[in-house]
Design a protein around this ligand. Structure first.
Ligand SMILES: [Fe+2]
Length: 444
């Protein structure tokens, strides 16, 4: 037994890659679901050191391939960073590197963009391009157009198909706004100076603004000397603020707006109201990496609404839901536009995974899907029934840890029958360790 909770139970790594074909299905997979349900998380390939942090494990990407109502295959594959290649005796992964200093792997999100699949991470590591079957192809800098680090949280504008991103690196005294075009090349960068070297996990967009977060989790090189692999910690006095950068503007156009000190990993969404104010829904953590330096565990994360007037004045802060929750997702056709529904993982103290929450932000109603403590949902992903279906008309897909089987299911729910029986459950033969993010990668 380890005394690090992020190495125990279903946080713990699985021993190797897995491959399985024609998986058993209860119910019926909707014929419209033709593509891959991708997911990624940390899976240390060697025995971690004494100060192991959940965020630094080598990336293991998971995929379930569905077509014609069948679950054709499940695969898990390491993202082939240097440590993985060395440990496994595999050839080194080719491709450009921005820096080796921030770690050279990718473990936080996996996306499909411009017809390619990328495992991605923040703070310095390059994206890794993956094959259809999740084998590592090469590190990428988007055909030479990515000048620095990328991020694990691009936001895709549903009207243009472009990705909007905050990049950061501990060696930089600025953040970097990036826009990646539909052909997979960076077409715009804006360097945004900040007073400290802050950790910025996510971003948000509205019709006219790119929304930047500046929070009190800062780079602290002394942590490296003390043997902590993730050299970021809480500095209360730094403050927390939201930046609004006009999407067609430059760094001097940004306005900053203070909020009560807190940390956030994730935004649910943001949009502009009829008065031109930015309505920003986020999952707010009261602190981060203050006492607990092995993972995100500094109090209950709650769903909050911040209303920011670009012209200035205090930000209106309102709690929308006080239950513990993380991994907020919406129907992504609503990114940057008014949204009614939000879907989150229900989490307890210490980010213990549980059921799912569905928020109706018009009525204020929250539904809680709870299948018992032995059924722990990871981040839900919404897939619309068709391109022109209404918001919320589609499916929620999630990897679920079944503690009785000690293996994962992929559960497919009708979003509009959130508490009802799943339309389909696919049984995987192995565990999928608790990890970070994933997406639906539809067939072209
Ligand atoms: Fe994230």
């Amino acid at each position: 037994m380890s005394d690090n909770p992020y190495l125990e139970g279903n946080f713990g790594p699985i021993s190797d890659e897995a491959t399985a074909f024609d998986l058993p299905v209860r119910g019926e997979i909707p014929a419209e679901l033709s593509g891959r349900l991708l997911r990624i998380g940390p899976n240390p390939v060697t025995e971690p050191g004494p100060n192991h942090h959940w965020f630094v494990g080598n990336g293991l990407v998971h995929g379930l391939r569905m077509r014609d109502g069948k679950a054709l295959w499940y695969r898990s594959r390491y993202v082939r960073d240097d440590q993985v290649c060395e440990t496994k005796g595999w050839p080194k992964t080719p491709g450009p590197r921005f820096s080796d200093l921030g770690g050279d792997g990718a473990n936080t999100n996996v996306i499909q963009h411009a017809g390619r699949t990328f495992a991605i991470v923040e703070a310095g590591g390059n994206p890794f391009e993956l094959s259809e079957e999740l084998e590592t192809v090469a590190r990428s800098n988007f055909d030479g157009t990515l000048p620095g680090p990328f991020s694990a949280h691009p936001k895709r504008d549903p009207d243009t198909g472009e990705l909007h991103v905050t990049g950061y690196f501990f060696g930089w005294e600025h953040l970097q706004y990036l826009v990646v075009g539909t052909e997979g090349r960076v077409r715009k960068t804006v360097d945004i100076p900040t007073p400290g070297r802050t950790m910025v996990h996510d971003c948000s967009i509205t019709k006219n603004y790119f929304v930047v977060f500046d929070t009190p989790v800062l780079f602290d090189p002394s942590m490296l000397e003390k043997g902590y692999p993730l050299p970021y910690r809480w500095f209360e006095d730094y403050g927390t603020r939201v930046g609004l950068l006009p999407r067609d503007g430059e760094a001097s156009d940004i306005t900053w707006h203070d909020v009560n000190p807190c940390f956030l990993f994730h935004s649910l969404n943001s949009y502009e109201d009829t008065d031109g104010r930015v309505v920003l829904d986020v999952v707010r953590h009261p602190k981060m990496f203050d006492v607990h330096l092995d993972g995100p565990n500094e109090g209950i994360p709650t769903l909050e609404r911040w209303i920011v007037d670009p012209k200035g004045g205090p930000v209106k802060e309102e709690r929308l839901c006080e239950r513990g929750q993380e991994f907020p997702r919406i129907d992504e056709r609503r990114i940057g536009k008014p949204h009614r529904y939000g879907y989150c993982g229900a989490v307890g103290e210490g980010l213990v995974y549980g059921g799912l929450l569905k928020h109706d932000l018009k009525t204020g109603e929250t539904l809680h899907r709870d299948e018992g403590p032995h059924r722990q949902f990871q981040e839900p992903v919404f897939v619309p029934r068709s391109d022109d279906a209404d918001e919320d008309d589609g499916w929620l897909l999630a990897y679920v840890h079944d503690a009785k089987r000690n293996a994962a299911d992929v559960v497919i729910l009708e979003a509009q029958n959130f508490l009802g029986d799943p339309v389909a459950t696919v049984e995987l033969p192995v565990r999928v360790p608790f990890g970070f993010h994933g997406n639906w990668a539809p067939d072209a």
